[in-house]
Design a binder for this molecule. Structure first.
Ligand SMILES: [Zn+2]
Length: 363
């Protein structure tokens, strides 16, 4: 009896530690963001009203043939075949508000820099209230990891938007950041790297601060293969740019293309010994957008719904629960602590840090 009692007590002390830290199989994390991608298209596919509005789509018949289906399930699979074909089967997808499963940003501003700060540091900061190129006073998950012996120089970010140099405070953090107009560095370049630099220089995007996502994706691909990071952020930016421009079909095409990029990333992971079954993939966005034809293009305090987001997780420590259907409320500021938890580390405590997303970490 005495032994049984002591064993029970010991187990009670051990259990919480086992379920949160210490048992995780994740050794690497790849975090992917789609700037300003709405939850509506993630869960319901193309929006009929916007798709059939001449201001946003010139050729409705062409758009229909690519992305329309009366069945919302088939419609979302048409738009995001990898997400709904694989992540929905092997991972977890949060944020379908029509089922009562909600994800929000906590920050009041509902645009990019405040959103990425919240996501990457774990808390909203009211000092971060513009997209200006100012160095982040806060430490992101990337900087936190880059300070650890095990992760030093194994942390990298590839971003289409050039403000990432500042969001990640490249100067102070020493994190490898390639964003905006950056090409690949001065070290000896392979023929493919030289080709990518050439492609980048000869494919200027129409936007002042954002390059085409294909450049970001290909640079990230090269880095992943050659430098083997343990933490990689790939921040795609086209969805937000096309939405602001009112180009709905381009917004959908970009989301569809990014879905294929994510599939490629998963293939890199599963075909490499360092990563296979040891890597957690986290995908999310920095903010939502307004609703319907009137305000889908914009986001911010004035556009209702701009704080509505989503995220998905797939990896060796995440059960295959698919689309999350429980009436629950989650926040983007929980992801920083969750990511660090996957890596068996404790994130420094701060009053307004979001807690770990426990459902994503239960075996
Ligand atoms: Zn925007």
């Amino acid at each position: 009896m005495r032994v049984g009692f002591l064993t029970t007590i010991t187990l009670l002390f051990l259990l919480p530690a086992i379920s949160v830290v210490g048992q995780s199989r994740t050794e690497n994390v790849v975090l992917i963001t789609l700037d300003g991608m709405r939850w509506q298209e993630i869960f319901q596919g193309a929006d009929k009203d916007i798709l059939h509005d001449k201001r946003f789509v010139e050729d409705a018949a062409d758009a229909d043939s690519q992305y329309w289906d009366n069945d919302p399930i088939k419609r979302r699979e048409k738009l995001l075949p990898f997400i709904w074909g694989t992540i929905a089967k092997e991972g977890q997808i949060y944020g379908n508000r029509s089922l009562g499963n909600k994800v929000n940003v906590r920050n009041k501003f509902r645009f990019s820099y405040p959103g990425y700060n919240e996501l990457l540091t774990g808390f909203p900061d009211k000092r971060i209230k513009s997209n200006a190129k100012r160095n982040n006073p806060n430490q992101t998950v990337l900087e936190f990891l880059n300070k650890k012996m095990e992760y030093k120089d194994k942390v990298a970010a590839f971003a289409s938007w050039d403000v990432f140099h500042y969001i990640l405070n490249q100067q102070r953090s020493g994190v490898h950041v390639n964003a905006g107009n950056d090409t690949l560095g001065a070290q000896k370049l392979s023929a493919r790297e030289r080709f990518l630099n050439q492609l980048h220089k000869t494919s200027p995007s129409p936007w002042s601060s954002t390059r085409y996502d294909k450049i970001t994706h290909q640079y990230a691909s090269e880095y992943f293969a050659n430098s083997k990071p343990k933490f990689l952020l790939i921040a795609y930016g086209e969805t937000d740019e096309y939405a602001h421009g009112g180009h709905y079909l381009s917004y959908l095409k970009s989301a569809n293309k990014t879905d294929a990029y994510i599939q490629e990333v998963w293939n890199w992971i599963q075909s490499d010994e360092q990563y296979r079954d040891k890597t957690t993939l986290v995908i999310t966005t920095d903010h939502g957008r307004g609703n319907g034809r009137k305000s889908w293009r914009s986001h911010g305090v004035l556009q209702k719904g701009s704080n509505h987001t989503w995220f998905m997780i797939m990896g060796p420590d995440t059960q295959a629960l698919g689309e999350m259907k429980e009436k629950q409320h989650y926040y983007n500021n929980q992801l920083a602590k969750t990511i660090v938890g996957f890596l068996n580390l404790e994130y420094p405590v701060h009053g307004s840090y979001g807690g770990v997303i426990a459902t994503a970490m239960e075996h």
